[in-house]
Design a protein around this ligand. Structure first.
Ligand code: PSV
Ligand code: MN
Length: 398
């Protein structure tokens, strides 16, 4: 027995069997900061290679069966969606959430759905509707929307007018979705806009999701909050409103840093999972939440960073499942603040590694996925094959 007495190993293992995390295609390719891009010899350069790398993460962790795709980056003009979907299957994964891109083209300099130019708004809606069709073609039921829209200076735009354009556009997009598809609406307080962002926080995302229609929900990207925000409260509030649709997980110290999950503040992630597992316990059913990672690593090898994140998520989710709810209720009934907090800390401080090693062994997954991946030789082979190609493209790499 490696877990506390009140915990049922069987119940926890079966909940973990239903805990899947989606990894992002863009997390496997070379990225940088706005000051430069450092190439990694082993990093993927094509959609096929990104899917192959995602397949490795799933192979070694057993809980990342789907891959989020970014339409412009993974489905270039003329690319047949069915071919990409088939390639994913070959790599042992499936296509997950579809992320349209209405921030990169020149026409979006002053916004997409919030642009004062109706022709640009139309172009953005059309692109998102084409993305919905791609989603249908690859068997995805998640449309994940993030908008870079905003302004940099007071007075630059009419915030109210843009809000209405957003509501109208999202309603039209919602109507274009097939019956089984859900819309996730992501918020972000700043960057790339530095004065106002059209969907700046969870409240705005919530209101606009309501305007959009019954299958729209809020997506919480953990990196998209101002310092000090109580993210777990936002999560609890949205759960109670039945408006929490999904997560983009990453960790941060300052802003949208995209660091590996749990690398800076693992207790925060635990507190988020505590809110989720508590609600599931109260409802007697799993919540319908899409767990996704949104990270792109500049320094760490990408596949290893992704595996590290998945392991952190699994470990912290397991620890959240260990909370002794009866003891917690008793402490709360007595307004015993110290005892209540200790219940959480007892779970958080439990070493679940032996339990997880056994859990993995029973499922023919390496007990230590990171070491097993390192020893597999996949990165060296990928570097040998991909590296020279990058060099001949004129890039230096490490
Ligand atoms: C924006 O910062 C964001 O979080 C959105 O989810 C984008 O789709 C993603 O990052 C792109 O890296
Ligand atoms: Mn995100």
């Amino acid at each position: 027995m490696t877990l506390p007495r009140h915990a049922s190993e069987e119940t926890i293992a079966s909940r973990l069997d239903r805990f899947a995390i989606e990894t992002p295609s863009w997390g496997y390719a070379d990225t940088g900061t706005r000051f430069g891009k450092f190439l990694q010899a082993a990093a993927a350069t094509t959609t096929e290679e990104k899917l192959a790398d995602a397949g490795q993460v799933h192979r070694f962790t057993g809980c990342c069966p789907t891959v989020a795709v970014h339409v412009l980056w993974d489905f270039p003009e003329g690319q047949d969606p069915a071919t990409v979907a088939a390639c994913a299957i070959t790599c042992g994964v499936r296509i997950g959430s579809i992320n349209p891109n209405v921030f990169q083209d020149q026409c979006y300099k002053f916004g997409s759905l919030g642009n004062r130019d109706e022709a640009v708004r139309r172009r953005a809606i059309d692109h998102i509707c084409r993305s919905i069709a791609i989603g249908e073609a690859v068997g995805s039921d998640l449309l994940s929307l993030w908008f870079a829209d905003g302004s940099n200076y007071p007075g630059q735009v009419s915030i109210r007018r843009r809000k209405r354009w957003f509501a109208e556009g999202l309603r039209e997009i919602h109507e274009s979705m097939p019956a089984g598809m859900r819309m996730l609406l992501e918020y972000k307080p700043f960057e790339p806009a530095f004065y106002h962002t059209d969907i700046a926080d969870w409240g705005m995302a919530y209101a606009l999701a309501r305007h959009a229609g019954p299958r729209a929900r809020v997506l919480v990207d953990t990196g998209h909050h101002l310092p000090g925000s109580n993210i777990e409260q936002i999560v609890a509030f949205l759960i109670d409103e039945d408006m929490l649709g999904g997560f983009h997980f990453n960790d941060r110290k300052y802003a949208d840093d995209d660091l590996t999950m749990g690398s800076i503040d693992p207790y925060q992630l635990f507190r988020i999972f505590f809110e989720i597992t508590s609600a599931e316990r109260d409802r007697g059913a799993d919540l319908d939440i899409a767990y996704m990672i949104d990270q792109s690593h500049n320094l760490k090898p990408k596949i290893e960073a992704m595996i590290q994140s998945v392991l952190a998520a699994q470990g912290l989710f397991t620890r959240a499942l260990l909370v002794d709810h009866e003891a917690l209720e008793q402490a709360r009934r007595q307004d015993d603040v110290v005892a209540a907090e200790r219940v959480l800390l007892d779970a958080y401080e439990t070493d679940v590694r032996p339990f997880l090693a056994e859990y993995r062994r029973a499922r023919s997954i390496p007990e230590d996925p990171l070491t097993a991946f390192r020893e597999s030789g996949y990165s060296a082979a990928a570097a040998a094959e991909r590296g020279p190609r990058k060099k001949s493209d004129g890039g230096a790499y490490a």
